[in-house]
Design a protein around this ligand. Structure first.
Ligand code: ME8
Length: 511
């Protein structure tokens, strides 16, 4: 089975920050999860390089737009490498393969008479890369999002007949039995989209005369394709469109993004696809926006957090974990350095770190740093964990509730820690060595289970944990088998008598 997941392609006028990292890490966690479930995964990310915003940024920097794109696109690639993002392909919209794909779609819509020419006047916000009417702006005539005054522009442009798709889209968005049902989540944002669709759609301009930093329209080279139409088509280009090979992965299973661009993905994109007679994506998930100490993050406020800063403080895997679990996935949320550090210390240094260090120390002290030998493997704890975790965790991952899935793992760790408190194995060392062996054996097996559940969030740390407990085989291969049927091998994962691998402290406390 295939699974095709995408992030937005990010504008290259800005450096990658914690907001871009949020969506990209979340997509990575889901891609890794599906790979563990034996799906053939295609994970696409990339950069959006055309349009007025990029042309303006290049002009301000005194460089050519293409040079700005190459420089900034490389920064996104570096950030994703730093964060261990396992994308299948990184698309750049200025590359020839994408130009070919955009030309194909736009020409198809033109041939189907879904594109026509019209004089138009509107307020163009470069920040949003879209036209507004006066009623969309605030009382000072400013864009609600950017607080800047859009310029009134009059052009003769090509228009896409978006207005003819409203009823069709409503059916596909609201009727789960429709064979091309398109699921928009979370529910609240879906309802906002439905509300707007019910008011009716207006045709949209899909070309520009005044902006030459774009792909020329195949049927009128004097105009360029509107950057949002250009950008959305990346989801087809990335998997090989217009070559037939794109059908291996299309339709997309999940388009992931924040709420700012849900309208483009849930209305304009599906309408283009219906117009071009292509299948619709199955799910569109829009998560919330981060604010930082209550403020919108922005370059001008100087409060943007970069992935490097986070990695320098918490390490790669802890950064991945913290970013996607700090706020509920869906609503907006406020973050702060204090909040990040508190969560790091609570979940990782204390709960997980404590479990690891005390178990490994007891094995080191009492069993010469090996997995205690067993006549009868004690797997009671592991089986209990299996029952606690499997359904909840799978449900939350499948519903993209990543913070809840991480809470499931934390509850399981707390459960093991409580069991250790109850059994008080340190008291057994002198009185019952067999019982002590049995306890420690069971804790090591339980830690192996935790490592498998952590794998998509913290791939390298999970691997280190796996090695430290004397578990056999490759963690990914074992996890693939485990997640197929949740069966626990009769003798667990950590092999009796095998040597434990000493690790440096994985989660030092941070102040
Ligand atoms: O909109 N909180 O690109 P973009 C959460 N090129 N997520 C955030 C965020 C924040 N504070 N800031 C950014 C574009 N994001 C278009 C997309 S797709 C065909 C074209 C994330 O660089 C979030 O995913 O402005 C948001 O939707 C995206 O970055 C916007 O990225």
């Amino acid at each position: 089975m295939k699974f095709y997941i995408t992030t937005p392609i990010y504008y290259v006028n800005d450096v990658p920050h914690i907001g871009h990292s949020y969506t990209t890490i979340a997509a990575d966690v889901l891609a890794r999860w599906k790979r563990l479930n034996n799906y053939d995964v295609f994970f696409l990310t990339g950069t959006d390089e055309h349009g007025a915003k990029i042309a303006k940024a290049a002009k301000e920097k005194g460089v050519l737009p293409q040079d700005l794109c190459s420089e900034m696109s490389a920064k996104f690639k570096e950030a994703w490498q730093l964060l261990n993002i396992s994308y299948t392909d990184f698309i750049r919209t200025t590359k020839p393969r994408h130009v070919k794909s955009v030309e194909n779609i736009v020409q198809t819509l033109f041939d189907k008479q879904l594109i026509f020419k019209k004089k138009y006047e509107g307020f163009y916000c470069i920040g949003c890369e879209r036209f507004y009417t006066a009623k969309d702006l605030d009382e000072n005539g400013c864009c609600l999002l950017h607080k800047t005054k859009p310029v009134l522009q009059a052009e003769e442009n090509y228009f896409f007949k978006l207005s003819t798709f409203g009823d069709e889209l409503l059916k596909r968005i609201t009727d789960p039995t429709h064979k091309e049902y398109i699921q928009i989540q979370p529910e609240g944002r879906k309802n906002e989209i439905i509300g707007k669709l019910e008011l009716g759609l207006e045709d949209i301009s899909i070309s520009r005369t005044a902006i030459d930093w774009g792909i020329p329209l195949p049927f009128d080279k004097s105009q360029t394709v509107y950057v949002w139409v250009d950008a959305l088509i990346n989801y087809l280009t990335g998997i090989g469109f217009p070559n037939e090979e794109f059908k291996k992965y299309w339709p997309a299973d999940v388009h992931l993004m924040a709420k700012d661009i849900l309208w483009f993905h849930s209305v304009i994109w599906p309408a283009i696809l219906v117009g071009a007679e292509l299948e619709l994506p199955k799910k569109i998930y829009s998560h919330g926006f981060f604010t930082l100490n209550g403020d919108k993050m922005s370059k001008s406020l100087g409060n943007v957090i970069s992935p490097e800063e986070l990695v320098n403080k918490y390490g790669v895997d802890s950064t991945r974990y913290l970013i996607v679990t700090l706020i509920p996935f869906g609503p907006d949320g406020d973050i702060s350095w204090e909040g990040l550090t508190l969560k790091y210390n609570t979940d990782l240094a204390n709960n997980l770190g404590n479990l690891l260090s005390r178990t490994l120390k007891m094995a080191e002290k009492n069993f010469n740093n090996t997995v205690p030998p067993q006549t009868e493997p004690n797997l009671c704890l592991v089986k209990q964990l299996n029952d606690i975790l499997k359904e909840n965790f799978v449900y939350n991952m499948e519903n993209i509730q990543l913070h809840k899935a991480s809470e499931n793992i934390q509850s399981a760790i707390t459960f093991i820690n409580k069991q250790i408190e109850q059994e008080a194995p340190w008291k057994l060392a002198k009185i019952d060595k067999d019982k002590l062996a049995s306890c420690i054996y069971s804790y090591l097996q339980a830690i192996d289970i935790i490592a498998m559940y952590l794998l998509c969030f913290m791939p390298e740390i999970a691997q280190k944990i796996w090695l430290s407990t004397g578990a056999s085989g490759n963690i990914e291969e074992t996890a693939k088998k485990y997640f197929a049927d949740f069966n626990i091998p009769d003798d667990g994962f950590s092999v009796a008598s095998s040597k434990l691998k000493n690790q440096t402290i994985l989660f030092p406390r941070i102040s």
